[in-house]
Design a binder for this molecule. Structure first.
Ligand code: ADP
Ligand code: MG
Length: 356
Protein backbone atom coordinates (compact mmCIF):
# COMPACT_ATOMS: atom_id res chain seq x y z
CA UNK A 1 0.00 0.00 0.00
CA UNK A 2 1.12 3.57 -0.60
CA UNK A 3 1.71 5.47 2.63
CA UNK A 4 2.54 8.85 1.09
CA UNK A 5 1.34 10.05 -2.30
CA UNK A 6 2.24 13.34 -4.01
CA UNK A 7 0.18 14.33 -7.07
CA UNK A 8 1.42 17.20 -9.17
CA UNK A 9 2.89 18.91 -6.13
CA UNK A 10 4.30 22.32 -6.98
CA UNK A 11 5.68 24.96 -4.63
CA UNK A 12 6.48 28.50 -5.72
CA UNK A 13 8.03 31.05 -3.40
CA UNK A 14 7.63 34.78 -4.03
CA UNK A 15 11.03 36.42 -3.56
CA UNK A 16 11.90 40.11 -3.44
CA UNK A 17 14.86 39.91 -5.78
CA UNK A 18 14.15 37.04 -8.19
CA UNK A 19 10.35 37.07 -8.56
CA UNK A 20 8.70 33.67 -8.22
CA UNK A 21 11.04 30.74 -7.56
CA UNK A 22 9.68 27.28 -8.34
CA UNK A 23 11.30 25.12 -5.64
CA UNK A 24 9.26 22.00 -6.44
CA UNK A 25 7.93 21.49 -9.94
CA UNK A 26 5.03 19.02 -10.41
CA UNK A 27 6.29 16.14 -8.26
CA UNK A 28 4.45 12.84 -8.64
CA UNK A 29 5.60 10.29 -6.13
CA UNK A 30 4.38 7.30 -4.09
CA UNK A 31 6.20 6.07 -1.02
CA UNK A 32 5.10 2.59 0.03
CA UNK A 33 4.24 1.54 3.54
CA UNK A 34 7.30 0.25 5.41
CA UNK A 35 9.92 1.35 2.90
CA UNK A 36 12.84 3.70 3.26
CA UNK A 37 12.71 6.20 0.42
CA UNK A 38 15.46 8.78 -0.17
CA UNK A 39 15.36 12.18 -1.82
CA UNK A 40 18.81 12.68 -3.34
CA UNK A 41 20.02 15.76 -5.16
CA UNK A 42 22.34 18.75 -5.01
CA UNK A 43 21.77 21.61 -2.60
CA UNK A 44 18.79 23.76 -3.61
CA UNK A 45 17.03 21.12 -5.72
CA UNK A 46 13.89 21.14 -3.55
CA UNK A 47 14.38 18.19 -1.15
CA UNK A 48 13.67 20.04 2.11
CA UNK A 49 10.77 21.97 0.62
CA UNK A 50 9.16 18.68 -0.46
CA UNK A 51 9.65 17.26 3.04
CA UNK A 52 8.14 20.40 4.60
CA UNK A 53 5.15 20.12 2.25
CA UNK A 54 4.63 16.51 3.40
CA UNK A 55 5.00 17.55 7.05
CA UNK A 56 2.50 20.38 6.60
CA UNK A 57 4.90 23.26 7.38
CA UNK A 58 4.33 24.57 3.84
CA UNK A 59 1.19 24.67 1.71
CA UNK A 60 1.54 23.55 -1.91
CA UNK A 61 0.90 26.08 -4.70
CA UNK A 62 -0.63 23.23 -6.72
CA UNK A 63 -1.38 19.57 -6.25
CA UNK A 64 -2.37 17.16 -3.50
CA UNK A 65 -0.74 15.06 -0.79
CA UNK A 66 -2.18 11.95 0.83
CA UNK A 67 -0.85 10.26 3.95
CA UNK A 68 -2.14 6.77 4.77
CA UNK A 69 -4.93 7.18 2.20
CA UNK A 70 -6.14 10.45 3.74
CA UNK A 71 -5.87 13.75 1.82
CA UNK A 72 -3.84 16.16 3.98
CA UNK A 73 -3.01 18.91 1.46
CA UNK A 74 -5.35 19.72 -1.42
CA UNK A 75 -4.53 23.10 -2.91
CA UNK A 76 -7.72 23.34 -5.01
CA UNK A 77 -9.83 22.97 -1.84
CA UNK A 78 -7.55 25.05 0.38
CA UNK A 79 -7.25 22.00 2.61
CA UNK A 80 -4.08 21.82 4.71
CA UNK A 81 -4.10 19.57 7.77
CA UNK A 82 -1.72 21.00 10.43
CA UNK A 83 1.58 19.17 11.09
CA UNK A 84 0.59 17.78 14.51
CA UNK A 85 -2.41 16.01 12.99
CA UNK A 86 -0.42 14.21 10.28
CA UNK A 87 0.97 11.41 12.46
CA UNK A 88 4.60 12.00 11.47
CA UNK A 89 7.92 12.12 13.29
CA UNK A 90 10.69 14.44 12.08
CA UNK A 91 14.45 14.80 12.54
CA UNK A 92 16.51 17.64 11.10
CA UNK A 93 20.19 18.12 10.35
CA UNK A 94 20.82 20.37 13.35
CA UNK A 95 19.85 18.19 16.29
CA UNK A 96 17.36 20.71 17.63
CA UNK A 97 17.49 19.26 21.10
CA UNK A 98 16.77 21.75 23.86
CA UNK A 99 19.88 22.44 25.92
CA UNK A 100 18.01 23.44 29.08
CA UNK A 101 16.03 20.17 29.21
CA UNK A 102 17.48 16.82 30.20
CA UNK A 103 17.23 13.79 27.92
CA UNK A 104 13.96 12.63 29.46
CA UNK A 105 12.27 16.01 29.03
CA UNK A 106 13.56 16.40 25.47
CA UNK A 107 12.09 13.06 24.45
CA UNK A 108 8.89 13.55 26.47
CA UNK A 109 8.17 16.93 24.87
CA UNK A 110 5.78 15.76 22.11
CA UNK A 111 3.83 13.73 24.69
CA UNK A 112 3.47 16.79 26.94
CA UNK A 113 1.92 18.67 24.02
CA UNK A 114 -0.48 15.77 23.53
CA UNK A 115 -1.22 15.86 27.27
CA UNK A 116 -0.31 12.22 27.70
CA UNK A 117 -0.57 10.99 31.31
CA UNK A 118 2.48 10.71 33.57
CA UNK A 119 2.78 6.95 33.68
CA UNK A 120 2.21 6.51 29.97
CA UNK A 121 4.79 9.25 29.27
CA UNK A 122 7.33 7.45 31.44
CA UNK A 123 6.68 4.15 29.65
CA UNK A 124 6.91 5.65 26.19
CA UNK A 125 10.08 7.66 26.85
CA UNK A 126 11.74 4.54 28.30
CA UNK A 127 10.72 2.52 25.25
CA UNK A 128 11.93 5.21 22.79
CA UNK A 129 15.30 5.52 24.57
CA UNK A 130 15.72 1.74 24.46
CA UNK A 131 15.08 1.78 20.71
CA UNK A 132 17.90 4.26 20.12
CA UNK A 133 20.31 2.78 22.69
CA UNK A 134 20.23 5.65 25.21
CA UNK A 135 18.71 3.85 28.21
CA UNK A 136 20.04 5.10 31.50
CA UNK A 137 20.90 8.61 30.27
CA UNK A 138 17.50 10.12 31.14
CA UNK A 139 18.81 12.74 33.55
CA UNK A 140 21.81 13.89 31.48
CA UNK A 141 21.80 17.21 29.64
CA UNK A 142 22.56 17.46 25.91
CA UNK A 143 25.80 19.40 26.51
CA UNK A 144 27.22 16.32 28.26
CA UNK A 145 26.51 14.07 25.29
CA UNK A 146 28.30 13.49 21.99
CA UNK A 147 26.91 14.65 18.64
CA UNK A 148 25.85 11.10 17.84
CA UNK A 149 24.02 10.78 21.16
CA UNK A 150 22.30 14.12 20.63
CA UNK A 151 21.09 12.98 17.26
CA UNK A 152 19.73 9.82 18.94
CA UNK A 153 17.75 12.03 21.34
CA UNK A 154 16.22 13.72 18.31
CA UNK A 155 15.43 10.29 16.88
CA UNK A 156 13.87 9.10 20.17
CA UNK A 157 11.77 12.27 20.30
CA UNK A 158 10.61 11.63 16.74
CA UNK A 159 9.39 8.10 17.50
CA UNK A 160 7.99 8.66 21.00
CA UNK A 161 4.49 9.37 19.65
CA UNK A 162 4.71 6.08 17.69
CA UNK A 163 4.27 7.63 14.25
CA UNK A 164 3.94 5.39 11.18
CA UNK A 165 6.17 7.68 9.16
CA UNK A 166 9.50 9.35 9.89
CA UNK A 167 10.78 12.31 7.89
CA UNK A 168 14.56 12.75 8.17
CA UNK A 169 16.19 15.84 6.67
CA UNK A 170 19.96 15.29 6.34
CA UNK A 171 19.97 13.75 9.83
CA UNK A 172 23.59 12.58 9.63
CA UNK A 173 25.23 15.53 7.89
CA UNK A 174 26.64 17.03 11.11
CA UNK A 175 28.25 13.79 12.30
CA UNK A 176 31.79 12.66 11.64
CA UNK A 177 32.25 10.11 8.82
CA UNK A 178 32.66 6.96 10.97
CA UNK A 179 29.60 7.75 13.03
CA UNK A 180 27.60 8.55 9.92
CA UNK A 181 28.17 5.09 8.56
CA UNK A 182 27.15 3.31 11.75
CA UNK A 183 24.06 5.55 12.16
CA UNK A 184 22.91 4.52 8.66
CA UNK A 185 22.61 0.95 9.88
CA UNK A 186 20.90 1.99 13.09
CA UNK A 187 18.27 4.00 11.29
CA UNK A 188 17.69 1.05 8.99
CA UNK A 189 17.39 -1.35 11.97
CA UNK A 190 14.95 0.94 13.75
CA UNK A 191 12.88 1.27 10.60
CA UNK A 192 12.57 -2.51 10.24
CA UNK A 193 11.90 -3.10 13.93
CA UNK A 194 9.11 -0.51 14.11
CA UNK A 195 7.92 -1.10 10.52
CA UNK A 196 8.25 2.62 9.82
CA UNK A 197 7.86 4.34 6.50
CA UNK A 198 10.91 6.59 6.24
CA UNK A 199 11.69 9.48 3.93
CA UNK A 200 15.39 10.24 4.09
CA UNK A 201 16.72 13.46 2.58
CA UNK A 202 20.41 13.65 1.69
CA UNK A 203 22.83 15.12 -0.83
CA UNK A 204 25.24 12.20 -0.26
CA UNK A 205 24.80 9.48 -2.88
CA UNK A 206 26.52 6.73 -0.85
CA UNK A 207 24.28 7.46 2.11
CA UNK A 208 21.15 7.38 -0.07
CA UNK A 209 22.19 4.11 -1.69
CA UNK A 210 23.04 2.51 1.67
CA UNK A 211 19.74 3.29 3.43
CA UNK A 212 17.14 3.19 0.65
CA UNK A 213 14.75 0.60 -0.67
CA UNK A 214 13.96 3.12 -3.38
CA UNK A 215 15.05 6.66 -4.06
CA UNK A 216 14.53 9.61 -6.35
CA UNK A 217 17.15 11.85 -7.82
CA UNK A 218 16.08 15.46 -8.30
CA UNK A 219 17.65 18.53 -9.82
CA UNK A 220 16.45 22.14 -9.97
CA UNK A 221 12.98 21.34 -8.62
CA UNK A 222 12.35 18.40 -10.93
CA UNK A 223 12.34 14.64 -10.37
CA UNK A 224 14.88 13.17 -12.78
CA UNK A 225 14.58 9.45 -11.97
CA UNK A 226 13.01 7.13 -9.40
CA UNK A 227 13.96 3.52 -8.65
CA UNK A 228 15.98 1.17 -6.47
CA UNK A 229 19.62 2.11 -5.88
CA UNK A 230 20.67 -0.71 -8.25
CA UNK A 231 18.28 0.42 -10.98
CA UNK A 232 19.52 3.99 -10.83
CA UNK A 233 23.15 2.98 -10.70
CA UNK A 234 22.93 0.41 -13.50
CA UNK A 235 20.33 2.09 -15.71
CA UNK A 236 20.62 5.86 -15.24
CA UNK A 237 18.20 7.70 -17.54
CA UNK A 238 20.50 10.69 -17.97
CA UNK A 239 24.02 11.94 -17.73
CA UNK A 240 22.98 13.84 -14.61
CA UNK A 241 21.99 10.68 -12.72
CA UNK A 242 25.08 8.80 -13.92
CA UNK A 243 27.27 11.65 -12.75
CA UNK A 244 25.52 12.08 -9.42
CA UNK A 245 25.73 8.43 -8.37
CA UNK A 246 29.48 8.04 -8.57
CA UNK A 247 32.77 9.39 -9.81
CA UNK A 248 32.51 9.62 -13.56
CA UNK A 249 34.45 10.12 -16.76
CA UNK A 250 32.55 11.70 -19.64
CA UNK A 251 34.17 11.51 -23.04
CA UNK A 252 32.78 13.38 -26.03
CA UNK A 253 33.12 11.24 -29.11
CA UNK A 254 32.64 11.45 -32.88
CA UNK A 255 31.21 8.43 -34.72
CA UNK A 256 32.73 7.63 -38.13
CA UNK A 257 32.16 4.43 -40.15
CA UNK A 258 30.67 2.69 -37.12
CA UNK A 259 33.63 3.49 -34.88
CA UNK A 260 33.95 5.93 -31.99
CA UNK A 261 36.79 8.47 -31.80
CA UNK A 262 37.61 10.78 -28.90
CA UNK A 263 37.04 14.39 -30.00
CA UNK A 264 40.42 15.73 -31.03
CA UNK A 265 41.90 12.38 -32.14
CA UNK A 266 40.42 10.94 -35.34
CA UNK A 267 43.46 8.69 -35.89
CA UNK A 268 42.82 6.09 -33.19
CA UNK A 269 39.41 4.47 -32.72
CA UNK A 270 38.28 3.81 -29.13
CA UNK A 271 37.92 0.10 -28.22
CA UNK A 272 34.18 0.30 -27.50
CA UNK A 273 31.21 -1.11 -29.44
CA UNK A 274 29.05 1.65 -30.96
CA UNK A 275 25.24 1.32 -30.63
CA UNK A 276 23.45 1.17 -34.00
CA UNK A 277 21.33 4.25 -33.22
CA UNK A 278 24.32 6.43 -32.29
CA UNK A 279 24.27 9.99 -33.67
CA UNK A 280 27.36 11.58 -35.17
CA UNK A 281 28.32 13.08 -31.85
CA UNK A 282 27.73 11.35 -28.53
CA UNK A 283 28.94 11.40 -24.93
CA UNK A 284 30.28 8.15 -23.46
CA UNK A 285 30.24 7.73 -19.70
CA UNK A 286 32.39 5.43 -17.65
CA UNK A 287 33.92 5.38 -14.18
CA UNK A 288 37.56 5.80 -13.16
CA UNK A 289 37.64 2.27 -11.69
CA UNK A 290 36.14 0.75 -14.86
CA UNK A 291 38.98 1.90 -17.09
CA UNK A 292 41.87 -0.53 -17.49
CA UNK A 293 45.48 0.37 -18.29
CA UNK A 294 48.04 -1.94 -19.86
CA UNK A 295 51.42 -1.61 -21.51
CA UNK A 296 51.91 0.15 -24.86
CA UNK A 297 51.31 -2.05 -27.90
CA UNK A 298 48.63 -4.07 -26.10
CA UNK A 299 44.95 -3.90 -27.11
CA UNK A 300 43.43 -0.55 -26.31
CA UNK A 301 43.46 3.13 -27.07
CA UNK A 302 47.09 4.33 -27.20
CA UNK A 303 47.89 7.15 -24.79
CA UNK A 304 50.27 8.04 -21.97
CA UNK A 305 50.29 8.88 -18.26
CA UNK A 306 50.09 12.63 -17.87
CA UNK A 307 49.96 12.59 -14.08
CA UNK A 308 50.03 10.01 -11.29
CA UNK A 309 48.46 10.64 -7.89
CA UNK A 310 49.03 8.21 -5.02
CA UNK A 311 45.88 7.93 -2.83
CA UNK A 312 45.06 5.83 0.27
CA UNK A 313 43.11 3.09 -1.56
CA UNK A 314 44.19 3.45 -5.17
CA UNK A 315 46.46 5.14 -7.62
CA UNK A 316 44.86 7.76 -9.83
CA UNK A 317 46.15 8.50 -13.31
CA UNK A 318 45.24 11.33 -15.63
CA UNK A 319 45.32 10.01 -19.19
CA UNK A 320 44.66 12.16 -22.29
CA UNK A 321 42.18 11.03 -24.95
CA UNK A 322 42.24 13.47 -27.86
CA UNK A 323 41.65 16.90 -26.32
CA UNK A 324 40.11 15.45 -23.16
CA UNK A 325 41.50 13.96 -19.95
CA UNK A 326 40.34 10.65 -18.46
CA UNK A 327 40.63 9.97 -14.75
CA UNK A 328 41.65 6.35 -14.16
CA UNK A 329 41.75 4.61 -10.78
CA UNK A 330 43.68 1.36 -10.33
CA UNK A 331 44.89 -0.80 -7.42
CA UNK A 332 48.34 0.24 -6.19
CA UNK A 333 49.96 -2.82 -7.78
CA UNK A 334 49.21 -1.46 -11.30
CA UNK A 335 52.11 0.89 -11.60
CA UNK A 336 52.93 3.33 -14.37
CA UNK A 337 55.25 6.32 -14.23
CA UNK A 338 54.43 9.80 -15.45
CA UNK A 339 55.17 10.13 -19.15
CA UNK A 340 54.99 6.37 -19.77
CA UNK A 341 52.99 5.10 -22.78
CA UNK A 342 49.95 2.92 -22.10
CA UNK A 343 46.89 1.30 -23.69
CA UNK A 344 43.42 2.17 -22.36
CA UNK A 345 40.41 -0.17 -22.23
CA UNK A 346 36.85 0.64 -21.14
CA UNK A 347 34.41 -1.65 -19.28
CA UNK A 348 30.65 -0.99 -19.39
CA UNK A 349 30.56 2.32 -21.28
CA UNK A 350 27.15 4.04 -21.20
CA UNK A 351 25.98 6.26 -24.06
CA UNK A 352 24.25 9.61 -23.66
CA UNK A 353 23.27 12.37 -26.08
CA UNK A 354 26.14 14.77 -26.76
CA UNK A 355 26.63 17.43 -24.11
CA UNK A 356 29.43 19.90 -24.11
P1 ADP B 1 17.39 21.47 -0.78
O1 ADP B 1 16.78 21.01 0.51
O2 ADP B 1 17.30 20.45 -1.87
O3 ADP B 1 18.78 21.98 -0.62
P2 ADP B 1 15.32 23.54 -0.66
O4 ADP B 1 14.08 22.75 -0.73
O5 ADP B 1 15.73 24.03 0.68
O6 ADP B 1 16.52 22.72 -1.33
O7 ADP B 1 15.22 24.80 -1.62
C1 ADP B 1 14.82 24.72 -2.95
C2 ADP B 1 14.77 26.09 -3.57
O8 ADP B 1 13.74 26.86 -3.00
C3 ADP B 1 16.04 26.89 -3.38
O9 ADP B 1 16.28 27.63 -4.55
C4 ADP B 1 15.71 27.79 -2.20
O10 ADP B 1 16.46 28.97 -2.26
C5 ADP B 1 14.24 28.06 -2.44
N1 ADP B 1 13.50 28.31 -1.17
C6 ADP B 1 13.33 27.42 -0.16
N2 ADP B 1 12.60 27.96 0.83
C7 ADP B 1 12.32 29.24 0.46
C8 ADP B 1 11.59 30.33 1.04
N3 ADP B 1 10.99 30.21 2.23
N4 ADP B 1 11.53 31.49 0.34
C9 ADP B 1 12.11 31.62 -0.87
N5 ADP B 1 12.79 30.63 -1.48
C10 ADP B 1 12.91 29.46 -0.85
MG1 MG C 1 17.70 20.91 2.43
Amino acid sequence: MDQIVLRNITKRFATRTMGDVTAVDHFNLSVREGECFSFLGPSGCGKSTTLRLIAGFEEPSEGEIEIGGRPVSVSSQNLCVPPEERGLGMVFQSYAVWPHMNVFENVAFPLRIQKTGREETGRRVKEALEHVGLSGLESRFPADLSGGQQQRIALARAIVTRPKTLLLDEPLSNLDPMLRESMRFEIRKLQKKLNLTVIFVTHDQAEAMAVSDRMMVCDMGKIIQTGTPEELYNRPNSRFVYGFLGESDFLNVVIKDGKAYAEGDLDHALPIPVPSDAKERMTVATRPNLIGLSGPGEDGYPSHIEKRIFLPDSTEYLVPAGGQILKVRTPHRVLFSEGEACAVRFAAPVWFPYED
